[in-house]
Ligand binder design. Sequence first.
Ligand code: SF4
Length: 302
Amino acid sequence: MASCSCGKPAVYYKAYEARLYCKGCFCRSIEKRVKKTITKYKLLQSNDTVAVGFSSGKDSTSLLHLLHEITGPRRDMKLVAISIDEGITGYRDTSLKLAKQVCAGLGIDHKIVSFKEAYGKTLDDQIPKIEQGKACTYCGVARRQLLNWAAREAGATKLAVGHNLDDEVQAILMNWIRGDLVRASRLGTRTEGNDPNFIPRIKPLRFIPERETALYASLKGFPVHQGECPHATGIRFDIRDFLNQLETTYPGTKFSLIEGFEKIQPFLTTAVAKTTHPITRCASCKEPSSQERCKACELWSY
Ligand code: SF4
């Protein structure tokens, strides 16, 4: 049987490193990379209250456990979990049930915020009015706004989200294909706003491939919600398949893409800052927005 460099039986082959890993070495490699990201990008500081966007899927589960382990021994840091209930029957209801159990087991405060309470309607209610393949646009805008709002209400100084390498590279390509350089310039491991109502957003898993967050959760025995959102269609999923094909043929493609993007992003941010309005407040809901009326109000108030 093939072995890890430590001599134990291998469970995973990282093609982009051309190296086999046993269970212990693999899990340690993930923990090391996450800690390195946190240190390099200064994602956590003393006295931080970190709100974790938690759905009980593989990414946010790995993130919650990793941050619980890192912040747990520290008296100067606090963790709170926030789940968004979009109102997706047969999917989110089951994942929220698990989310509650996991938080109770870890002793982490858990808050649930719903589209229904915030906008008066669920995503399921909206689906018949949304153009085919655009559900994630509507959902994503509202999710981001509610996560920021709930994090602020919880007194959080950071909002940690479970975006992995695949999510980030998909977002880079998607924005590039759409020519949306403004949105591309806002991607990053740590996103700040110039408004105190915007809670700085951090992505400790940004350099971990999706299949590795899934394997980490599975090897650690974390309970994870396995369902797939019934509304998950659109360009992002075609880009995901295309990137996975490239990665299989040319291992390391996803890392190259994000590293290349990191090099040009400072120039992009400077260029975009000259041509766009700074973040202000939405005239309707008073949440941070780069337009007079924010995208969530525009999409959800009809
Ligand atoms: Fe929302 Fe799209 Fe995620 Fe479903 S897949 S929860 S519609 S963002």
